[in-house]
Design a protein around this ligand. Structure first.
Ligand SMILES: Cc1cc2nc3c(=O)[nH]c(=O)nc-3n(C[C@H](O)[C@H](O)[C@H](O)COP(=O)(O)OP(=O)(O)OC[C@H]3O[C@@H](n4cnc5c(N)ncnc54)[C@H](O)[C@@H]3O)c2cc1C
Length: 592
């Protein structure tokens, strides 16, 4: 892997930090009138010592974290990546052994104090908004996607912080923030993957009122903990009748020492991320929150941040694919010249560059929409406002609606595209790319899971389509958002043409009925993603310095021209599907 500082060597990430992001808006949403800094002034509570007192302080703090994370990702994790992947994990009688370079890299991140990105500073976390968290996830995943998951699992502490009792929070969250306990999320079962409302692992109370769980969970990342650090497993289990569906499911905290890890999967990629089969036999468990709310409330409320995290991982893999391909193409000669000068190779590299920039703009916008509702919502709940009243709060309502559209859209688009970018990166490496000597083979393998876990692409499309249909009505929130954002810059002709095609697609889709709606949902969601990315990269370019804007304008223009072709293609596909459905309907034999 390329060695360097993954923050310093990435102009686009630096532009997001220094010029593109509206920090005034994000920091205000996160810091609540700088209440932690004010409290630190009064109480001197050391846990709040890093709380920023101004927007500028906050951005300086984020920069320091980014520099330090970029350095560790680019000089330690990235260099451990290939040996780790080749050595892999070892399983013996319920115990998993991790390769030494991975353990050393984990300790380096832990010692640097940059591990707990998702927890509150009161419990030892960094206390940073999602807009920064996604950039950290990206840089670590560029270095190694499996390693990034280990750090992500530590940050499952945020779920306990959000829904656990104060006793649970005090016991687990500070230890997780120190990296001494690793979280795992146990939802999937052998017979229920996408179909989570039907999982059947059972939780029952004994005569003393203590909960016990019985059943088997499959594909549970880090249920075995990490090296010497044990796990806590957040487990979805049925407390209602077998046929009680989503409302019969509750959420439990289980200690890793109380389950049996029956095996780890032998996988195509992510060789250093343990995917465990977990057997619960009268396993003691503590209920989190209320019964019946496990899936419909707790898992659902974590959905946007969890999807964003995998989108961040996919973004890092896409960046790694692009950077490794660019490096190889700048060194490899064929026919007496560098392959980067050969038009067919140059075309692939150009596409990778513009996709990476457009995807990052989308990812950061999805993070912005979550930052704009989540922290306010938590604050209002913490102040004692009822769940019902919080949902009526106009700021929470409008940003949450947008986030519910942006996160599945982002997860779908970036995870799918990191696969195509990894495919092209391997192609640029020629035969060498097919060997394990180069990192691109691992990048290609690791990319493949991103559009499957944390909800497959097909489920992301189902989640995003409703936001497009209702959001694009004359008074819809997505339409209002688009109109508002397009006043912030001078849109190009190409973008306006893409917008017109998107409007046409939405209006044709409105008339589609029956199963054809599900069948065509992908084309609608893809068209929305391409239009939104065009809008966001143009808006970004209106904020960066003139020199960077001039360099990037060509990329932005090429991106929108390609979108124009994709959307025109989608219009034809949709019309063909409607015509074919109509003609088969008229061919149906008349009922007798
Ligand atoms: C490496 C790895 C790590 C994982 N980590 C975890 C973890 O930590 N915790 C955890 O709980 N789970 C984890 N999983 C499980 C993962 O989330 C599931 O594999 C995923 O949700 C898909 O479920 P499935 O494999 O059962 O596929 P299925 O649900 O059987 O899907 C098969 C196909 O049918 C499609 N499909 C299914 N239903 C629909 C629908 N309604 N509409 C459209 N298409 C549909 C899917 O898109 C897919 O293409 C992990 C899996 C892997 C491989």
């Amino acid at each position: 892997m390329i060695q360097g500082n993954y923050f310093e060597d990435n102009e686009d990430i630096r532009l997001h930090l220094e010029e593109i992001t509206d920090w005034e808006e994000i920091v205000n949403a996160y810091e609540d009138d700088f209440s932690d800094a004010k409290e630190y002034q009064k109480s001197g509570d050391e846990k709040l010592a890093m709380a920023p007192g101004t927007v500028k302080d906050a951005v300086d703090y984020y920069r320091t974290i980014m520099e330090s994370s970029g350095e560790i990702a680019g000089t330690i994790v990235s260099q451990a990546s290939q040996p780790m992947d080749h050595e892999g994990l070892k399983y013996d009688s319920g115990k998993v052994t991790f390769p030494a370079p991975m353990v050393e890299a984990y300790e380096a991140v832990k010692d640097a104090g940059i591990m707990p990105y998702a927890t509150n500073r009161r419990y030892g976390g960094l206390g940073i908004p999602l807009t920064v968290q996604t950039l950290l996830m990206e840089m670590t995943s560029r270095a190694d996607a499996a390693f990034a998951i280990a750090i992500g699992c530590v940050n499952l502490a945020e779920t306990i912080e959000k829904f656990g009792t104060q006793e649970m929070i005090d016991k687990w969250v500070p230890a997780m923030s120190r990296g001494e306990i690793v979280g795992a999320m146990a939802l999937t079962e052998p017979n229920y993957g996408s179909d989570l409302p039907n999982v059947q692992t059972r939780a029952e109370q004994d005569e003393n009122g203590n909960w016990k769980i019985n059943g088997t969970k499959r594909f549970i990342t880090h249920a075995c903990g990490f090296d010497k650090y044990p796990s806590v497993i957040l487990t979805l289990a049925r407390t209602g009748k077998p046929e009680s569906g989503a409302r019969g499911l509750s959420f439990f905290l289980v200690e890793g020492k109380d389950v049996h890890v029956a095996k780890i999967e032998h996988k195509m990629g992510l060789h250093c991320s343990p995917t465990c089969e977990v057997v619960y036999e009268d396993t003691p468990a503590q209920l989190i929150g209320e019964t019946g709310q496990g899936l419909v409330k707790y898992a659902m409320e974590m959905m946007n941040t969890a999807r964003l995290s995998i989108a961040g991982q996919s973004m890092g893999i896409a960046e790694a694919a692009y950077q490794e391909a660019k490096k190889y193409a700048g060194e490899r000669e064929q026919f007496g010249k560098l392959i980067q000068e050969i038009p067919a190779v140059k075309k692939m590299l150009n596409r990778m560059e513009r996709e990476v920039i457009a995807m990052r703009a989308l990812l950061q916008e999805a993070a912005r929409t979550i930052d704009n509702y989540l922290w306010r919502k938590e604050r209002l709940l913490h102040e004692g406002m009822s769940d019902r009243d919080v949902r009526k709060d106009e700021t929470v309502k409008s940003w949450e609606k947008l986030a519910n559209f942006f996160t599945p859209l982002t997860k779908y688009y970036i995870s799918e595209t990191c696969n195509t970018l990894a495919f092209d990166a391997l192609q640029i490496h020629g035969g060498s790319g097919y060997t394990e000597e180069y990192d691109v083979a691992r990048i290609y393998r690791d990319a493949r899971i991103t559009n499957i876990y944390e909800g497959t692409t097909q489920l992301q499309v189902v989640a995003a389509i409703g936001g497009i249909v209702s959001g694009m009505t004359p008074n819809g929130n997505l339409r209002a958002y688009i109109e508002q954002e397009m006043t912030r810059f001078q849109p190009s002709q190409e973008l306006l043409q893409v917008k017109a095609s998107f409007e046409e697609i939405v209006s044709i889709y409105k008339e589609v009925k029956g199963d054809l709606r599900d069948e065509l949902a992908f084309e609608i969601v893809q068209s929305a993603a391409r239009f939104m990315m065009g809008l966001l990269v143009e808006r970004s370019n209106s904020r960066v310095n003139a020199e960077a804007a001039a360099r990037r304008n060509k990329l932005v223009n090429a991106f929108n021209l390609e979108s124009k072709a994709i959307l025109q293609g989608n219009i034809i596909r949709i019309q063909n599907a409607i015509a074919s459905a109509d003609s088969s309907a008229t061919r149906e034999p008349a009922a007798v």
